[in-house]
Design a protein around this ligand. Structure first.
Ligand code: FAD
Length: 106
């Protein structure tokens, strides 16, 4: 079975990096691609308990793909829901872009 921690760290890096490079004003195709990607991601993520909870989260909290900041913030909130579940500190979502686009030392 996959290492759930290492898989999680790499996956959050990929997802937040996608958000950081998503257009500020995405066109219809870009928005629909991101929705499709996230929907499939939530079904294919190879940590099945994680995937099940993430699908439930996506049903409750409709994905926001209208702009880079909308998606980046939605994703940050989704990551925070997992942080809370695991007893990890909550991340300040006003800083998501600083962390994942501009970059800081981790
Ligand atoms: P991570 O949570 O992996 O975070 C990596 C870095 O992201 C942090 O160092 C920090 O700089 C930054 N960061 C932290 N919070 C945020 C945020 N809210 N927004 C932006 N940046 C942030 N593990 C389980 O045991 N059970 C689960 O059910 C589970 N579900 C998961 C669901 C998904 C969709 C994913 C991608 C991962 C899931 N994981 C789950 C893995 C878990 O979230 C962590 O990745 C793993 O525990 C390693 O944690 P970490 O402390 O290294 O930091």
């Amino acid at each position: 079975p996959p290492d759930v921690e290492a898989l999680g760290r790499s996956t959050w890096t990929l997802l937040h990096t996608i958000a950081a490079n998503y257009p500020k004003s995405p066109n219809y195709k870009e928005q629909s691609d991101l929705k499709t990607f996230m929907g499939l991601f939530s079904r294919l993520y190879p940590c099945w308990v994680c995937a099940e909870d993430f699908q439930k989260y996506m049903e409750k909290e409709q994905i926001r793909v209208d702009s880079r900041n909308e998606f980046g913030t939605w994703l940050c909130e989704a990551h925070n829901a997992v942080n809370t579940k695991l007893g990890k500190p909550v991340f300040d979502c006003s800083k998501w872009e600083e962390r994942w686009r501009t970059g800081w030392k981790d």
